[in-house]
Write a protein that binds this ligand. Structure first.
Ligand SMILES: Nc1ncnc2c1ncn2[C@@H]1O[C@H](COP(=O)(O)OP(=O)(O)OP(=O)(O)O)[C@@H](O)[C@H]1O
Length: 599
């Protein structure tokens, strides 16, 4: 009996699927079995799925289409297929041309879809799944939950300034501050986001977390805008730029990191960065030693008080040894419990431009001059290592600059480890992995001029670096450098008699020797000169320290003329009556590098 009833019901069901009904469903876009699977109507797309298993969040792609679209797809496919045989017989050429056009359109559509599918797959593999793997269990989503069912992550979330990430939270999400910060930390870490704005919308049945990028650093930071910030910065923490939400980004050389490494590809703002730092150190009475194998990176600083400018491998060799000797002297003072005196000594910033080229030039230079009994390793590179290890106690800091700061370029991996602040711009992923692997995934490199990532203690800070012209930097130093800076303050390694530590390192240039020699022109026995005692131009010329012509008087004339004309002529450091006094080594360097100098 029950079999009869079942048979009758089946018969009724089949009776419903009559040809006219099927045709009606076909052309109206309804499901062919007559059972609706979403709330789509003929005109409106579906937003919810319905079916025997209750409600699902989203309908399938097909069922989300409004009825007219489904009908169009069906009719558009069926009609050409049906009329194909007739067409081939009646008008074969037109039919074949139409077939070709349809195939082409189909292929283009398929390849578009395939590209989109690959992009979605990569996006899911690289970002969504890794985020889901950590976040899912924390939010209590089961293994079978699809990441895109509760995370909305736009493809361009890293590059678009107005992107919006939405995480649907479970209805039971409590929203305690611990839980919120845990969820946010996971999202930021897994998606390599830096500072973000968040909105927790916890009321209602579907609580959500909405994340946006925090406001970016400003597009530019002009020198004029930066002056009050630079003047307000701590002496030990020169301002570098402005970060997200207008944060002032500075590195405290005493407490954060004594040395800074700059890895920026060509034209990316290395000199501009170094200029801003050097100007601030000088303006606060510090010393800056610039090792510039390219010779022209910091022309603005030449002749400025407090600056030692080394260009040739020989000068750089000596400059490094000079700074290391000064560090030794300071350490000896610390050893004698004279920390307060060391704290009052000028801070020293050593700028190493083009590290890669400089280290290899120093190595070959040493190989060309060393005697058999000399050590193999360049004493200058050894000195650089010593300076790096001295660090903050000796108030001596290194700004090492290069395009790709490999361990080799830095003179060894242990030397590179001394840089706990690393600044990168226009970097490749390889450079990022090599220099700051602790911050991963890497933020995308910006092409915006002056935009860098400053990495410290495992955290990257996007920063817009101060932009100043050479003139800006020079004027800043000249107008803010303390007038009380004395000649002895100006000179590294000039302490009281007893303070001098005999150098154990080998210097080679006459500029660093106690007895200075004639630079050029007529050979004459020089009078012994203390390299650090300021000297007048008359004494420099007549005593044979500088010789630029066949007589000392002509040399003096040249010097006096250059003093008024040449912006690179050293600045006087003291006065004796009417006479201006200069540092002998700076006069010698100027004479050697002046435009008409040949030697
Ligand atoms: N902080 C900044 N703000 C705005 N523009 C900048 C900034 N830094 C650099 N630039 C732009 O980039 C240009 C190149 O800068 P810079 O000379 O410092 O690069 P570099 O890395 O030293 O170049 P090179 O490798 O050729 O020595 C500048 O002239 C300027 O136009």
């Amino acid at each position: 009996m029950s079999g009869d009833i079942a048979g009758a019901l089946a018969g009724l069901g089949q009776a419903k699927n009559t040809f006219p009904r099927l045709l009606g469903r076909f052309v109206s876009g309804r499901p062919m079995d007559g059972r609706p699977r979403s709330n789509a109507t003929f005109m409106a797309p579906g937003t919810r799925a319905t079916g025997p298993h209750g409600y699902r969040d989203e309908p399938t792609w097909w069922m989300s289409l409004p009825g007219w679209k489904r009908a169009a797809v069906r009719v558009g496919t069926a009609v050409p297929t049906a009329v194909q045989p007739v067409g081939l017989v009646m008008a074969p050429q037109v039919t074949l041309a139409l077939d070709g056009a349809l195939t082409l359109a189909g292929l283009s559509y398929a390849s578009l879809k395939a590209t989109e599918a690959v992009r979605t797959w990569q996006h899911t593999r690289d970002w969504l799944r890794p985020l889901h793997a950590v976040l899912g269990p924390v939010l209590g989503y089961g293994d079978r939950e699809r990441p895109d069912s509760y995370i909305h992550l736009p493809f361009d979330f890293r590059t678009s300034d107005d992107m919006r990430i939405v995480v649907k939270l479970p209805a039971r999400f409590e929203g305690t501050s611990d839980m919120k910060s845990r969820v946010l930390d996971i999202v930021k870490t897994k998606l390599a986001l830096q500072d973000v704005d968040t909105s927790w919308q916890l009321s209602g049945a579907v609580p959500v977390l909405v994340i946006r990028h925090a406001p970016k650093p400003p597009a530019a930071l002009t020198w004029r805008d930066a002056i009050p910030l630079m003047l307000a910065a701590k002496e030990s923490a020169p301002l570098i730029g402005v970060g997200q939400r207008g944060a002032h980004i500075a590195v405290d050389l005493d407490s954060d990191s004594p040395h800074i490494l700059l890895s920026i590809s060509t034209g990316g703002g290395k000199s501009v960065f170094a200029r801003a730092m050097a100007a601030q150190i000088l303006a606060r009475g510090g010393r800056v030693v610039i090792c510039d194998i390219k010779r022209v990176s910091h022309r603005w600083a030449r002749g400025l008080p407090g600056v030692t400018y080394a260009r040739s491998p020989e000068e750089i060799h000596d400059a490094l040894i000079m700074v290391a000797d000064e560090g030794d002297r300071r350490f000896q003072m610390i050893d004698e419990d004279r920390d307060d005196e060391v704290a009052a000594l000028p801070r020293v910033l050593l700028i190493m431009e083009e590290m890669n080229a400089t280290t290899s030039k120093l190595v070959s230079y040493w190989a060309s001059i060393r005697d058999k009994e000399d050590p193999k390793k360049s004493p200058a590179i050894e000195a650089l290592g010593d300076i790096l290890f001295m660090g903050r106690q000796a108030r001596t800091h290194v700004l090492a600059i290069g395009q790709l700061m490999s361990a080799r370029a830095m003179g060894g991996p242990e030397m590179r480890e001394c840089f706990s602040t690393r600044v990168l711009a226009r970097y490749s992923m390889n450079a990022w992995k090599m220099l700051v692997p602790e911050v991963w995934p890497a933020p995308r490199a910006s092409r915006h001029p002056g935009r860098v990532q400053l990495v410290q203690a495992g955290q990257a800070y996007e920063t817009q670096v101060i932009f100043g012209s050479e003139e800006d930097a020079k004027n800043f130093v000249l107008s803010h450098r303390p007038k009380l800076v004395t000649p002895s303050h100006e000179i590294i390694n000039q302490g009281n008699e007893g303070d001098t530590v005999p150098s154990t390192r080998r210097q080679v240039s006459p500029t660093a020797r106690p007895e200075l020699t004639i630079v050029q022109g007529e050979k004459k026995d020089p009078i012994p000169v203390d390299p650090n005692a300021p000297i007048g131009l008359g004494k420099a010329a007549r005593g044979g320290l500088i010789s630029l012509s066949d007589t000392p008087e002509k040399t003096l004339q040249i010097l006096r003329a250059a003093r008024g004309r040449d912006p690179e002529f050293p600045l006087p450091v003291a006065e004796k009556g009417q006479e201006k006094l200069y540092i002998p080594s700076e006069l010698i360097k100027w004479a050697r590098n002046r435009p008409s100098a040949t030697g």
